[in-house]
Ligand binder design. Structure first.
Ligand code: SF4
Length: 409
């Protein structure tokens, strides 16, 4: 089943439907031309996404669900359903799919060409993925992984391999992703066990995904003599063509500095792009955020990566430091991004600052009387930075928003 995309069309009491099978999963588009319902499952029967009444439901491996929609003319809305509520949505979907399967079995629904055995097998797996199985799956995720807090938006479909756990800094006041764990570098033996556990857990659903992401926050701070055997272990563990490309964050720059030659060696092992949380080019703002390293460290890191043949994805934090730092944030971020010489193949992400009450940032901002930027002011900040950069049309990096509230693994 790997490698092929096949569609089967049919009719369910006057309502057309389509079954599409692809590497790692299957999509059922039911009630087409009417009130289309789209259900996608991975090849183990695990729910992946539903599209119902204009709302997208995306199940995370921890059993929660992100729901996204937009009312006509309104802003984008999102809601994260906790596992209990998510399981109710899964049950509703399963009931509908079960009714359709029953119709297929009794001849009230028909396909133009008979469904092959493998499709029936997938349908059985979908129906067998009941509430108990869903709970068990979410519990197993927590045995295989330390919860994955964030990925760059273009990496949501990657398979995460936690070469390291946590963040080696864990000081930034606006970041709570890794507060629950100490930084840890796996041994090659522990990594080999982790890789096997990831493969066993994702099962055939593995092939719904492409590429590998080396977790967690800064796997690339690992010194080269320890990093190379780890990446070789990753290579051995994922020999398939679709997993040849690797991606990673490098966050905080005061750790071990790698040379262009080091990055070229990592490139030879499959590393393609490194994502760098620059946040700002303003050293005063970085100090306020308690982000380790200086903007110049980030420029050196980017230059070394590019000289070593890697692409980069640089992340700027919109609204950081509110009004107090806004001017310096724009001015110095433009200077630093210019010095990085980002080009085609690189990414420039703008991530809106999202402050939750438990973040040290919330306390610091209150103490210093910092007024937050409104969404409109954050948008204007992004436009001011882009104006300062003046990338030529069709040149420069790909520019995009990075909304951490939309992350799902
Ligand atoms: S370096 Fe990155 S991952 Fe670590 S605490 Fe700061 S923002 Fe979070």
């Amino acid at each position: 089943m790997q490698g092929e995309w096949v569609s089967y069309w049919g009719d369910w009491e006057g309502r057309p439907f389509r079954v599409r099978v692809f590497p790692g999963g299957m999509t059922l588009s039911l009630d087409m031309h009417h009130k289309v319902r789209v259900y996608t499952y991975d090849a183990t029967g695990r729910p992946w996404t539903f599209l119902l009444e204009g709302r997208v439901y995306r199940r995370a491996l921890n059993g929660s669900m992100l729901v996204k929609w937009r009312e006509p003319g309104g802003p984008r809305q999102r809601l994260r359903l906790p596992p209990e509520e998510a399981r109710r949505e899964e049950a509703r979907a399963r009931e509908y799919v079960a009714a359709w399967v029953q119709a297929l079995r009794t001849g009230r629904a028909r396909t133009r060409t008979p469904l092959p055995h493998r499709v029936w097998k997938l349908l059985e797996r979908i129906l067998a993925f009941d509430e108990a199985r869903s709970r068990e799956d979410a519990a197993r995720y927590l045995q295989v992984y330390k919860p994955i807090g964030i990925l760059p938006p273009d990496q949501y479909l990657s398979v995460v391999v936690q070469v390291t756990e946590g963040c080696s800094f864990n000081t930034c006041t606006f970041c709570t992703f890794y507060r629950d764990r100490p930084f840890r570098i796996k041994t090659p033996e522990a990594l080999a066990r982790h890789i096997q556990a990831v493969r066993d857990y994702l099962g055939e659903g593995l092939f719904l995904r492409r590429h590998l992401f080396l977790g967690d926050a800064n796997a690339l701070v690992v010194p080269m003599p320890r990093l190379l055997p780890l990446l070789e272990e990753v290579r051995r563990g994922f020999p398939e063509e679709r997993f040849q490309e690797m991606y990673a964050f490098l966050d905080g720059f005061s750790g071990e500095k790698k040379s262009p030659e080091d990055y070229a060696r990592l490139r030879a092992l499959g590393l393609q792009r490194v994502y760098i949380g620059l946040e700002s080019g303003d050293p005063d703002l970085l100090r306020f955020l308690r982000k380790p390293g200086t903007p110049q460290d980030a420029v050196h890191a980017v230059r070394a990566m590019k000289a070593g043949g890697l692409a980069v994805g640089v992340i700027v934090l919109l609204g950081a430091g509110g009004h107090r730092y806004a001017q310096g944030h724009v001015q110095h971020t433009v200077e630093v991004l210019r010095a990085m010489n980002l080009e085609r193949g690189d990414l420039l992400y703008f991530s809106e600052l999202v402050v939750t009450p438990e973040m040290p940032y919330a306390r610091d901002a209150l103490r210093e009387g910092i007024r937050a930027l409104t969404p409109e002011e954050q948008k204007a900040q992004m436009e001011a930075i882009l104006k300062g950069l003046a990338y030529p049309k069709g040149g420069g990096p790909h520019v995009s928003k990075y909304d951490i509230r939309e992350f799902v693994y």
